[in-house]
Design a protein. Structure first.
Length: 187
């Protein structure tokens, strides 16, 4: 009766009710199904990124679930990237470093999604075995302001110094594209 319900509405409800675990399992199964479909058609040159909620990331059997997904789908682990929010990995940083390393040992890539919106400690950021920082779209939308540009520039400089790929989310104008390309943003 309500029509399409956008993720910014249903994901918080799913997290509060615990349904995010079932939704995450369904997403993994659907991703595995699509990967098998593409492989059957000799479409092998692709990467897939999956967002994990903080609740999913906190599951003790996460690494086993991801390993099972890779085995069931036949997906080359180098084609998979898991996206986690800053707040998810910072809750118990020491424990999460070990969990992130276990995921990396499976051969996949890790990204910090919506970077800049949480409370990262730069000390931990350099210790996390991550590959990519994704600049939150709110910073990209504010590029025209001096402060907005300064924040994006700082994230780009940090990423380059730590040898991380950087992706800007929510790029909508040619000016934003030019700004980011001039500063060697990866994507």
């Amino acid at each position: 009766t309500r029509g399409m319900v956008p993720p910014n509405e249903f994901i918080p409800v799913a997290e509060r009710t615990g349904m995010i675990i079932e939704i995450g399992d369904w997403i993994l199964a659907e991703a595995a199904r699509h990967c098998a479909f593409w492989a059957e058609r000799d479409l092998t040159n692709f990467h897939i990124s999956l967002n994990l909620s903080p609740i999913q990331f906190s599951q003790s059997d996460l690494t086993d679930n991801v390993a099972r997904f890779l085995n069931d789908s036949g997906l080359d682990p180098s084609r998979l990237e898991l996206e986690l929010t800053e707040s998810a990995i910072m809750t118990d940083a020491e424990t999460n470093i070990a969990k992130l390393r276990a995921l990396k040992d499976l051969g996949l890539a890790l990204a910090v999604d919506d970077f800049g919106t949480g409370y990262s400690s730069l000390n931990y950021l350099k210790r996390f075995p991550i590959d990519t920082l994704k600049i939150d779209q709110t910073f990209v939308a504010d590029l025209a302001s001096p402060d907005g540009g300064a924040i994006v520039d700082a994230i780009l400089a940090l990423s380059q110094t730590l040898n991380l790929q950087v992706i800007a989310e929510g790029v909508e104008t040619l000016e934003q594209v030019r700004y980011l390309m001039d500063r060697e943003c990866d994507m």
